[in-house]
Design a protein around this ligand. Structure first.
Ligand code: LLP
Length: 418
């Protein structure tokens, strides 16, 4: 459930017509609903009622400071993958002891920063990383708290680019090596073993892969106990899918039930790293129609947003619904919704039945709150677009539109080019 609804044929975000915001900030822009964000966070948190848990929102899905601050104020933790995300997370007010750090390629400077700040846990993805952590922690007289990220080799049945828990993926450590890893970790003086972690992929629309992953992990947890390596935390990662089109993902409480039922017997504190399920349907991308044109084979609607603003359709052939901001009639056309960029891969929707729009009409690309703005770029020297948050009948620009000057910030001309 989200708060983008029609009233008298006009699209509203909460209590505010989207058109009013467009007139004020210009197009294109990202628009987020405060009520939807908080509702989704609550729903996810409440779904695990009765279980000791830490919901570490996965920053990568949407790192806007305003959104991070909202979740921090709701008692959430944070899942990060870079020094930059750590910086943002701390700036937004997350306590370090609620931050977990995943990623196959943590750099020395990033590790040092996280150690110095005292984060809860490093989700370690290789034995070399474990050694480095031990070394860096020793240098400053600290112990690095770790979980090993186990690759449980289950098929999450999602797009191959976002499947992460199969044995041919670069992520985590296979179960056998993980046991060796834990034994090694136990011997390392500056490492404190805190937990076990997995993350099997993203936009997962069934409960079974999560259940399978957990079963695999449980075997390991028992084996570790037998070896005298008790754990405190189980981090199940993120990955719960959302409805973009006609998917039927488990609801947060169905997902929770699938995990909690089998967790009862192992008594570990649970960490979850949801991203998309919290922010995905809390945001839209609003664009304006620049032109219509009929080709020999296809009809095109050219809008002012492009693949540099929302890359998901181009990169994963992802589906995003397209709604008119003002419904002007019931007539529809079948068209490709494309941007101004000079590549045929620059599209937001293909062969789509959309409203019979004309120049200057506004369109909303739905479900764009996750992996939208964060994956945008300035390709073709297109300044990054603003982000706006609505609460009830008020809006606030939480990130302003970049300018042409912003585009060249930091560039300099070498003296040997005159
Ligand atoms: N934890 C870890 C370790 C992750 O790698 C991810 C996502 C998450 C949590 C959050 O997953 P979520 O709950 O959002 O599914 N750009 C792609 C998605 C990439 C996901 C990467 N990792 C997309 O636009 O679909």
């Amino acid at each position: 459930m989200h708060h983008f609804t029609y009233r008298n044929d006009e699209l509203y975000c909460e209590e505010l017509p989207v058109k009013i915001i467009a007139e004020s900030v210009g197009t294109p822009f990202y628009l987020y609903s405060h009520a939807t964000l908080s509702r989704h966070f609550h729903a996810f948190y409440d779904a695990f009622e009765g279980v000791e848990r830490l919901i570490c929102y996965s920053a990568k899905a949407n790192t806007s400071l305003a959104i991070l601050k909202l979740f921090a104020s709701m008692g959430g933790g944070l899942d990060i993958v870079s020094g930059g995300e750590l910086y943002r997370g701390l700036l937004a007010g997350f306590p370090p002891e609620k931050i977990v750090y995943s990623g196959v390629g943590k750099r020395v400077d990033e590790i040092d920063m996280a150690l110095e700040k005292g984060i809860l846990m490093f989700n370690v993805e290789s034995l070399e990383e474990l050694d480095l952590l031990n070394q860096r922690a020793g240098r400053i007289g600290k112990r690095a708290q770790v979980a090993l990220r186990v690759n449980p080799d289950v098929d999450p049945k999602t797009h191959p680019y976002i499947a992460t828990g199969l044995k041919n993926n670069k992520f985590g450590i296979d179960a056998e090596s993980a046991i060796e890893g834990y034994k090694a970790a136990k011997r390392l003086p500056n490492i404190r073993i805190l937990g076990i972690d997995c993350h099997i992929g993203s936009q997962i629309t069934e409960a079974k892969p999560f259940r399978d992953a957990l079963e695999n992990l449980k075997g390991l947890i028992h084996e570790l106990k037998r070896l005298g390596i008790p754990l405190e935390y189980l981090d199940m990662g993120g990955g719960l899918g959302i409805i973009y089109d006609d998917e039927t993902p488990p609801l947060p409480n169905e997902y929770a039930k699938a995990i909690v039922d089998s967790l009862k017997r192992i008594h570990l504190k649970l960490i979850l790293e949801p991203g998309r399920v919290i922010v995905g349907n809390a945001g839209i991308l609003v664009a304006k129609v620049l032109y219509r044109k009929k080709g020999k084979a296809k009809e095109f609607v050219i809008v002012d947003a492009a693949m540099n603003d929302l890359i998901r359709p181009s990169l994963y052939h992802a589906y995003h619904s397209v709604w008119p901001v003002v419904k002007a009639g019931t007539k529809t056309i079948i068209a490709d919704l494309v941007g101004p960029i000079c590549e045929s891969g620059d599209f937001l929707a293909l062969d789509r039945s959309i409203a019979d729009v004309k120049r200057d009409d506004l369109l909303a690309v739905m479900s764009a709150g996750a992996y939208g703005f964060v994956m945008s770029s300035t390709y073709c020297s297109r300044p990054r677009i603003p982000e706006v948050m609505v609460r009830k009948d008020r809006f606030h620009v939480i990130r302003e539109r970049e300018t042409h000057e912003d585009l060249v910030r930091g560039e300099s001309l070498p003296p040997f080019i005159t």
